[in-house]
Design a protein around this ligand. Sequence first.
Ligand SMILES: [Fe+2]
Length: 232
Amino acid sequence: MESSMDRRMFMTASLAALTGFGLGGLIRGGAALAQTGVDLPALPYALAGLEPYLTEETIDFRYGMHHAGYVRKVNKALEGHRLEGSSLEVMIRESWGKEELKGIFNNAAQVFNHTFYWNSMKPRGGGRPQGSLAKRMDRDFGGYEAFREAFVEAANSVFGSGWVWLVEDGEKLRIVKTANADNPLTQGRKPLLTIDLWEHAYYLDYQNRRGEYIDAFVDHLVNWEFASANLG
Ligand SMILES: [Fe+2]
C-alpha cells in the first residue's frame, strides 16, 4: 500500500504538471490558471475547513485527485474541438447525449458538479436558509423540516454513483437526483445546491455509513448563502 507521503508527492507533481504551479501556490494563491481551457478553481476554504465532518484527507484526495483529474481529462478531450474555449455550461449542454462527445460531457460535467459541490458547503454551515429562499421553501415543500426530510430521503435512495440537487424548475423549487456525471443543466433546470453521493465523497470518513454523511452535510455543512445567490 502506498504511503500518504508518496501519494502527496504524486499529487503535487500531477497538479504542478497540470497547472504550472506547485500545490502550495495552488491552494493558497487563489484560482489555478490553466494556459487555456477549463481551470481548476480554488477551494473556497482550507483543506481542513470542513472538519470534523469531512476530513482534510478526504478533501485533499477529492479535490487534488478527482477534481483535478476531471480538469485534466476534459482539457485533453477538448484539444482541437470546436467546444474548446466554451463555457462549461455550453460544453455540458452541447455534449449531452452524444456518444461521440461522451469524454467531453462526463469530464466537463464532473468539473462543474464538483465546483458546485465545494461551494454548496462552508465551515459552520447547515441549518435553515433565510430570506426569500426560506419563503420559497415554505411555499414549495411546506417548510424547512419537510424539505430536509425529502432531501435526505432522496440522497439516501441514490443507487450507485450520483448527485442530489436542490433546483429551480421554472418557478418551483424541486429536489432532483442525477446519475453518474449528469446534472440539472441537461434538463433545463437551475441548480441551487448539490451533494456528491459518489462513494469517494464519503468513504474515507464514513465508510458504508452514507446516512451519517448526508445528515452532517445538511446539519453542519450546507452553504445557504450560496444557494440563495443562485436563485433567479
Ligand atoms: Fe466527487
